[in-house]
Design a protein. Structure first.
Length: 308
C-alpha cells in the first residue's frame, strides 16, 4: 500500500500531509484505493487504475459536474498514463459513509423516508448540474427506446412472456403519443450503494454509466428499487419506495403519471441488458426479470400511489 501513497505524493504533491498516510482497498466491481491522512476520517483522495478511455471519460464528467455540485461530486485531481498502457485517476475524497453503515439506525418507515428524501434532493441537484452542460440535455423518443431495449432483452425469444410483450407494445405506443420527451443524461446507476451520507451532505459516486440513457426517471426508479434490493430489512414496500423517490423527479422532469409504467419497464429492461453476459450479475438479472413480469401483471405492485 505504500506504493499508492508514493504515487499520490508524486502526482498530487502536497495533498498528503506530513506523517504516515494509510490506504484502504475497497473491493467493488472496480477496486479503488482510499488514501487517508493520519487520523483523518475523510479520505484525502480515491485512486483507481484502469483503461484510458474509461478513466479519461469519468475524469471529464467530474470536471464538469464538480463546480456545479461542490460537496456532492468529487473534484478530479489527476488522470494520466501510468504503466504498460494503464491509466490512473485520482479524485478528492468525499465526506460521509456508505448508506449501509447507517442502516442500523433506520428503524422506522419515517427514518427510511427521511433518508430517501435526502437522496432524492441530491439526485435533483445532480440533474440540475447535468442540465447546465448543453451537450448533456435533449429530447428522447421513449417509446422507441422501450421497444429497442425489449428487442435486446428478448433476442432469443425466450426472456419475455407474451403478456410482457403485450404490455411493452401498449405502453410504448402511449409513450409515442407523448412525442419527444425533454430530459438530461441520467447517472445510470443511481442507487443507495452509490451514495455517501454525511450529516449535512449526500454525495454521489460512480459515474461509469453516466449518460448511458436519456430516458426520464431512470435514476429515480433506480433509487427506489435499490431499497428492496438492499436486503437490510427496510419496512417500505416497493410501491412505497417508488412513491417516495419518483414524485419529485416526475414533476422535475415533467412526466405525466400515465407514462410511468412504460418508463419503469424501460428502466428494468435497460438494467437487464446491462447484466447480460456478466456472471456476477446473474442473480440481479433474475430478480429484474421477475419484476418485469410483476409489472406487466400487476402495475400497482410498484405504482399504486399514481393514478393513471
Amino acid at each position: 500500500m505504500q506504493a499508492i501513497v508514493s504515487l499520490v505524493d508524486e502526482l498530487v504533491p502536497g495533498l498528503l500531509l506530513r506523517g504516515d498516510a494509510s490506504v484502504a482497498l475497497v473491493c467493488t466491481t472496480r477496486p479503488k484505493y482510499l488514501v487517508f491522512n493520519k487520523q483523518a476520517r475523510q479520505p484525502a483522495c480515491v485512486v483507481e487504475f484502469g483503461p484510458a478511455e474509461r478513466l479519461v471519460r469519468v475524469d471529464g464528467i467530474l470536471s464538469e459536474l464538480h463546480p456545479r455540485f461542490p460537496g456532492g461530486i468529487a473534484r478530479p485531481l489527476c488522470c494520466t498514463s501510468w504503466r504498460n498502457g494503464t491509466y490512473v485517476q485520482i479524485q478528492e475524497g468525499l465526506a460521509g459513509m456508505p448508506w449501509f453503515r447507517l442502516s442500523d439506525g433506520l428503524a422506522s418507515p419515517a427514518d427510511w423516508r427521511a433518508m430517501l428524501d435526502r437522496a432524492v434532493a441530491a439526485m435533483l441537484r445532480l440533474h440540475g448540474a447535468t442540465r447546465d452542460v448543453p451537450a448533456w440535455s435533449g429530447r428522447v423518443l421513449a417509446g422507441v427506446e422501450l421497444r429497442r431495449q425489449a428487442r435486446l432483452c428478448n433476442r432469443d425469444d425466450s426472456a419475455l412472456s407474451d403478456r410482457v410483450r403485450e404490455r411493452i407494445l401498449t405502453w410504448s405506443h402511449e409513450l409515442d403519443a407523448a412525442g419527444p420527451m425533454p430530459s438530461c443524461w441520467q447517472h445510470g446507476d443511481f442507487s443507495l450503494n452509490n451514495l455517501l451520507v454525511a450529516e449535512e451532505t449526500v454525495s454521489v459516486i460512480d459515474f461509469d454509466e453516466f449518460g448511458g440513457t436519456l430516458v426520464p426517471l431512470h435514476d429515480a426508479f433506480g433509487l427506489a428499487l435499490s431499497v428492496p434490493l438492499s436486503q437490510n430489512g427496510c419496512p417500505l414496500s416497493p410501491a412505497d419506495a417508488v412513491a417516495q423517490c419518483v414524485e419529485s423527479a416526475r414533476q422535475d422532469e415533467a412526466v405525466h403519471p400515465a407514462h410511468l409504467p412504460g418508463l419503469l419497464m424501460h428502466h428494468l429492461l435497460w438494467r437487464i441488458n446491462q447484466c447480460d453476459g456478466l456472471d456476477r450479475r446473474a442473480a440481479l438479472r433474475h430478480i429484474l426479470l421477475g419484476w418485469v413480469a410483476d409489472l406487466a401483471d400487476r402495475p400497482e405492485t410498484f405504482l399504486s400511489s399514481f393514478g393513471r
